[in-house]
Design a protein around this ligand. Structure first.
Ligand code: ADP
Length: 371
C-alpha cells in the first residue's frame, strides 16, 4: 500500500511517499515559490510532484496535514464534499495556513482522480483536554460566538511520540502518563494522562507557551496592548511582531538554536539569557504538567532541539531536580536517536524519541481508509 503525504503551505508544498507494507519512505521532495516565481498554484505544484514521482499509478491514499480542526474534527477524517465545506468554514482559525492546506486537498482531487484524501489535524490529539484546561477566563460569549478557547498544535507529533513512548516503556497506551516536549523552531508541551492529552502549551493559535525560534510564547496581554497603543500598531503588525520577530530571534539575533548555543559559548550575554529563558519556561511547564497528570512515567523530548541539542536538554533537565530527575551527561550526548538521557536512579526517566510527523500522517491515513 502506497500513501502520499502532503504538507501544503502558502508558498511551498512538501511531500513524502511511503510504502506502508515495507514501512519504507520511497520519496521526499519540496516544491517552492508557489505563486511567486514557481508554479502558479497548488494544482501546478502537484503536477510537478507527479512528474518528480514518475507519474505513479499506484497511490492508494493521500494524507494531508491540516492546521486546524476546531472542535469538529477530533480525529483524522476521510475528505468528502461535506468535510471540505466544513474545512472552508474553519479558515477563520488559520487564515495563513488553512487556505493552502485546503488548496492542497482540492488540487489532489483534481490530479489524483478517485484516490481517497484524508485530513490529519494538528489540533485533533488535544481535543481530549478538559474544559478547565481549554477555556480562557473571559466572557463565555467569545467561546460560544467565535470558538475562542485553547486548541493546541503539533498534535500529530505528540500523538506519535506518545505511542512510541508507550511501546518503549512497555506500557499499554491507555495507561501511559507522559509529559511530551516537542522542541523545534515552533515548540509545545503536552500533558498526557492514560494516553490522552489533558493539557498543552499552545492555545487558540500556536503563539502561546514556550520561548520559540520567532514566537514569544506566554506573555502578559497587557504588555501586548501597551506596545500596540504606544506604537500605534495594527493587529496584523502586532501579529507579525509576536509570531515572526520575537523569541530567540528577538532576544539574541537568530531563530536557530545552534547559532544561539554557539554565541552563548563565546560569552554572548543575550544568547545565554535566551537559552536560560527557553530552558526555564520548558522546565516550568514540565513541573506543572507532571502535577496535572499525577506523576509522569517519563518525560519525552523530540523535535529538532529535543532530538539533537545536548546543551538545551541539559539546561532543562538541570532544573528538574525537585522531581528527582537526574541527567546522565554521557547518555545525553545522543543525537537524533532514541535513548534515555537520565540516570538509572532518576525518579522519572527522560527519554529522547525522534518524531516523524509525515509517517504519523501516513499511518493515520492508512487507518482511516481502512487498509
Ligand atoms: P520545525 O519546527 O521547523 O519543524 P525542527 O523541529 O526541525 O523545526 O527544529 C529546528 C530547530 O532545531 C532549530 O532551532 C535548530 O537549531 C535546532 N537543531 C537542529 N539540530 C540541532 C543541533 N544539533 N543542536 C542544536 N539545535 C539543533
Amino acid at each position: 500500500m502506497k500513501i502520499l503525504v502532503i504538507n501544503s503551505g502558502s508558498s511551498s508544498l512538501k511531500y513524502q511517499l511511503f510504502d506502508m507494507k515495507k514501512g519504507e519512505r520511497l520519496a521526499k521532495g519540496l516544491i517552492e515559490r508557489i505563486g511567486c516565481g514557481g508554479p502558479k498554484d497548488h494544482t501546478e505544484a502537484l503536477k510537478k510532484v507527479v512528474a518528480d514521482l514518475g507519474a505513479p499509478k499506484d497511490i492508494d491514499a493521500i494524507g494531508h496535514r491540516v492546521l486546524h480542526g476546531a472542535e469538529i474534527f477530533k480525529d483524522s477524517v476521510l475528505v468528502t464534499k461535506s468535510v471540505l465545506a466544513t474545512l472552508d468554514k474553519l479558515v477563520k482559525f488559520g487564515t495563513l495556513h488553512m487556505p493552502p492546506n485546503i488548496g492542497g486537498i482540492r488540487a489532489c482531487q483534481k490530479i489524483f482522480k478517485g484516490v481517497p484524501n484524508v485530513a490529519v489535524f494538528d489540533t485533533a490529539f488535544h481535543q481530549t483536554m478538559p474544559d478547565c484546561a481549554a477555556m480562557y477566563a473571559i466572557d463565555p460569549k467569545y467561546y460560544k460566538k467565535m470558538g475562542i478557547r485553547k486548541y493546541g498544535f503539533h498534535g500529530t507529533s505528540h500523538k506519535f511520540i506518545t505511542a512510541e513512548a508507550a511501546k518503549f516503556l512497555k506500557k499499554p497506551l491507555a495507561r501511559v502518563n507522559l509529559v511530551t516536549c516537542h522542541l523545534g523552531n515552533g515548540s509545545s508541551i503536552a500533558a498526557v494522562k492514560n494516553g490522552a492529552c489533558v493539557d498543552t502549551s499552545m492555545g487558540l493559535t500556536p503563539l502561546a507557551g514556550l520561548v520559540m525560534g520567532t514566537r514569544c510564547g506566554d506573555i502578559d496581554v497587557g504588555a501586548v496592548l501597551s506596545i500596540m497603543e504606544a506604537e500605534k500598531k495594527t493587529p496584523e503588525e502586532m501579529d507579525a511582531l509576536l509570531n515572526k520577530k520575537s523569541g530567540l530571534l528577538a532576544l539574541a539575533g537568530s531563530s536557530d538554536c545552534r547559532d544561539i548555543c554557539a554565541k552563548a559559548g563565546k560569552g554572548d550575554k543575550q544568547a545565554e539569557l535566551a537559552l536560560e529563558m527557553l530552558a526555564y519556561r520548558t522546565a516550568l511547564y514540565i513541573g506543572a504538567y507532571n502535577t496535572v497528570i499525577g506523576g509522569a512515567d517519563a518525560i519525552v523530548m523530540t523535535g529538532g532541539i529535543g532530538e539533537n541539542s545536548s546543551e538545551v536538554r541539559e539546561r532543562i533537565v538541570k532544573r528538574l531536580g525537585a522531581l528527582g530527575i537526574k541527567l546522565d551527561r554521557k547518555a545525553n550526548k545522543i543525537r537524533g536517536s532514541l535513548g534515555v538521557i537520565s540516570t538509572k536512579d532518576s525518579k522519572i526517566p527522560v527519554v529522547v524519541i525522534p518524531t516523524n510527523e509525515e509517517l504519523a500522517i501516513a499511518q493515520d491515513t492508512a487507518r482511516i481508509v481502512g487498509r
